[in-house]
Unconditional design. Structure first.
Length: 59
């Protein structure tokens, strides 16, 4: 792989990451605004999943 190809792939990943984050943020905002979930429920779930991931990885 040459440097140009690697650079292009990194730019592509950055764009995909941005679009994924934008989509996720939009979905979360809609769920909260429609009172489907609360910010507190979301934070509890994030902490729970982070705890499980930390235990699995040994962090």
């Amino acid at each position: 792989m040459n440097e140009t190809n690697i650079f292009y792939q990194l730019l592509n990943l950055k764009e995909i990451d941005y679009k994924t984050m934008l989509t996720l943020t939009s979905l979360i905002e809609l769920l909260i605004n429609k009172n489907i979930i609360s910010k507190e429920e979301l934070l509890r779930k994030i902490k729970n999943l982070d705890s499980i991931a930390s235990q699995s990885s040994g962090i």
